[in-house]
Write a protein that binds this ligand. Sequence first.
Ligand code: COI
Length: 356
Amino acid sequence: AGRFPLTRHEHAASPEQRARALAELRFGVAFTDHMAHARWSPESDWHSHEVIPYGDLSVSPAAAVLHYGQEVFEGIKAYRHADGSVWTFRPRFNAARMALSARRMALPELPEEDLVASLVDLVRADEPWVPSGDGESLYLRPFTFASEPFLGVRAARAVDYYLIASPAGNYFPHGLEPLSIWVSAEFHRAGPGGTGAAKTGGNYASSLLPQQEAQERGCDQVCFLDAATGLNLEELGGMNIMVVDADGTVRTPQLTGTILQGSTRSSIITLLREEGRRVVEETISLESLLAGIESGRVAEVFACGTAAVVVPIGRLAGQGFEVEIAGTEVTRQIHAHLTGIQYGRLPDPHNWMYRL
Ligand code: COI
């Protein structure tokens, strides 16, 4: 038995029901038969590790998370390789980031070994749910939240960790078609000293209205500028952004504490440098980006994240501007390289893949 002992679901999906759920995969709508769980209190630390039937939670209406948003989460994928084996990608990166997020949100840090063990134990229980179609994966969502019923504003003394799993297709309904992006002039995602580097629900909650604004303007995603100056690119609603210059250099906003340290972002930087490309993490002003696109100095722009993978950006619009970006060559190449490693079609010299 693993660290998270299994209680089997008595009414798990039948093979036919599962096949139906796996037949047409979208993102984030289908869930597997089980979930992993552990509890935390100051007296007992992390305890009661278990894998149990997937189902609704019973949470006090006074639980602190419902009032003050004390919560952190992660996104990790499991991939089925051609020989049937199931692997995940850099799980310790996510475990370490979840610990950083937890520290910022005054939540207890789940030990890395516990997070990795929960992935292993849940995916073993729900192994037939890992899809095998092109671009498909099992999206794993670990999250930790304040469950203590208490309305005072302080760090909760009762905390729960869960891991749920969702068989997933492309994040964007039109797959790898170039995205159009709305650059928000009005809203910011995070400010200096805030929670921008933590993967916490509030950052995503605050992105929803700007994201709606983007969609009303006919765009797929919102892009945020930094709150301090309002001049520089930060990240999109739920993924990082990268720029490919015509001379082959790849640029991405540096980690300043207000943007999320993406696993896909970090992996792409490593892969591109190995290919001999120059990659720079630096301040990228919107003004310089638009000028670069106009002059042809910028050839491609793309979005990257665990859920979205690597997707070209074909249009950037905002208050008083709209530009098209035609290039997708480097974007497609890096997509092929990264997914080649993830799906076991290419060598994995960094041992990023972890067998479940
Ligand atoms: C990811 O898993 O890539 C996320 O950042 C979460 C969300 C955008 C689905």
